[in-house]
Ligand binder design. Structure first.
Ligand code: NAD
Length: 459
């Protein structure tokens, strides 16, 4: 049967004019062919030993490290967003700290009636949508976890980052080939569109969706009728109370909010600070590399970075992921600052929107109660990430509970959440909407109960 499918596929490939070279590297003109190839590959992956999967994963880690600088430069050139040095760091992080097969464990129960195992198996072929903000990082990190669990994956990469994303797919297939593994463990299309994304949402061979992106695409996936892991938008506030180490808080916030020009969904996107320490915080943020603009300059920035389309505000994509220096130049300020800060109330458009630019609004409040309610409102119900600088355990606990986010970083830069200078594993897919939280290999498994009656209990 498998042989027959393979013959049909080769014929289809021939008719579609997809070259053998592209097929070997996991790239296809047509999403339908990509899905069929991933289905064939999944049958082979499911039969691989865990050691063989781990060898492929090891090769993916090595290829990621070897190509970190190239992928970082490709992404910045192709998307016009982000910072090469920080993107290199993200690739190094994922190579080192994305969990592999060790993340998948078996549960056992034994007793008078025998032995029962709960084992984690693959879903099969996963359909994945990836963002332009962390293009190759998401593809490499997703593949490590999905492959460890025995799946293959069809990517519909963001059209603005198609070359970088597809280069990562090629590296993955070469890593598999070099380890003696199957081809097409991860596949992609050469011309991704919303339509090809929708094909993934509806295709019978796709058993699970993993969607990393803004609210629109996550909602579409959740309406598809398939099981979906929805890693949606973040808009994290960072709260600073009067008990915090203000100098350290300022340094951490500037580092987190300027990292990769504020592209990551977890980055600090607004500050809520208790009035008593607000001046000190601004002072130390400036010392740490932030540039404070006036209310009028903030207004000019807002007119530059936000457009109005059909009466609604929309990010000017030409400004997303640009450096503070470039953004300041647009309002005729010359500075080599890492981050732009300004003060306002919580209703300022630059405070409400998820900007993904190194522009951070600061909202002063009178006390911790007001700080918590303001920060919760500003997170806008995404339940994605919230951060806090404080030494008061009660305040930390209250904000953690009320924010109710997948990520809550305390007294560190936001990126500590994904294991960068913080404990814990790395991921670029944080399933805030659907509740899996920080995804890893085990997220991409399904549970099976395997029961043996009246035997193998040797107690
Ligand atoms: P985006 O939503 O613009 O694009 C993501 C992908 O979805 C693209 O491939 C796009 O073409 C496709 N798409 C959009 N609407 C679609 C639809 N209706 N049907 C099918 N496909 C559709 O996101 P982006 O600009 O690349 O990334 C930024 C957004 O993603 C931010 O909101 C950020 O917070 C979020 N994000 C979340 C995580 C997370 O782990 N939760 C990680 C990275 C980015």
């Amino acid at each position: 049967m498998d042989q027959l499918i393979e013959q049909i596929v080769q014929q289809v490939l021939k008719e579609l004019g997809t070259t053998a070279h592209q097929a070997e590297q996991g790239l296809f003109n047509d999403i339908e062919t990509a899905i069929i190839q991933a289905e064939i590959a999944q049958k082979k992956v499911a039969r691989l030993s865990m050691a063989a999967r781990e060898q492929i994963i090891q090769n993916i880690r090595t290829a990621t490290l070897d190509n970190a600088a190239l992928l970082a430069e490709m992404a910045v050139n192709e998307t016009g967003m982000g910072n090469v040095a920080h993107k290199i760091a993200k690739h190094e992080l994922l190579a080192a700290k994305t969990p592999g097969t060790e993340d998948i464990s078996t549960q056992a129960f034994s007793g008078d009636h025998g032995l029962t195992l709960i084992e984690q198996g693959p879903f099969g072929v996963i359909g994945a949508i990836t963002p332009c903000t962390n293009p190759s990082e998401t593809i490499l990190c997703n593949t490590i976890g999905m492959l460890a669990a025995g799946n293959t994956v069809v990517f519909n990469p963001h059209p603005a980052a198609v070359n970088t994303s597809n280069y990562a797919v090629q590296l993955i297939n070469k890593a598999s080939y070099d380890a003696g593994g199957p081809e097409n463990i991860a596949v992609s299309t050469l011309k991704p569109t919303q339509e090809t994304g929708n094909t993934l949402f509806k295709h019978d061979m796709i058993k699970l969706l993993a969607v990393t992106g803004g609210p629109g695409v996550v909602t579409s996936a959740l309406q598809s009728g398939k099981r979906a892991i929805g890693a949606g938008a973040g808009n994290p506030p960072v709260l600073v109370d009067e008990t915090a180490d203000i100098k350290a808080a300022a340094k951490h916030i500037v580092s987190g909010a300027s990292f990769d020009n504020n592209l990551p969904c977890i980055s600090e996107k607004k500050v809520v600070v208790v009035n008593k320490v607000a001046d000190e915080l601004v002072y130390y943020m400036k010392e740490a590399g932030a540039y404070l603009v006036s209310a009028q300059e903030a207004q000019q920035l807002a007119q530059t970075v936000i457009e109005t389309v059909q009466g609604k505000p929309r990010l000017n994509r030409a400004c997303v992921g640009k450096s503070a220096q470039e953004l300041l130049k647009k309002i005729n300020i010359d500075s080599d600052a890492k981050l732009i800060i300004f003060e306002s109330d919580e209703h300022h458009i630059l405070i409400k929107e998820e900007l993904m630019m190194p522009i951070l609004g600061i909202v002063r409040v009178q006390h911790i109660d007001e700080a918590i309610s303001t920060a919760v409102r500003l997170e806008q119900g995404n339940r994605h990430s919230a951060h806090m600088h404080s030494k008061n355990i009660d305040n930390l606990t209250r904000f953690g509970q009320e924010a109710d986010t997948a990520i809550f970083v305390k007294n560190a830069p936001s990126y500590a959440a994904i294991g960068f200078g913080g404990e814990g594993f790395c991921t670029f897919t944080i399933a805030s909407r659907t509740g899996e939280g920080l995804t890893s290999s085990r997220t991409f498994t399904k549970s099976r109960r395997c029961v043996l009656g009246d035997n193998f209990c040797i107690r």
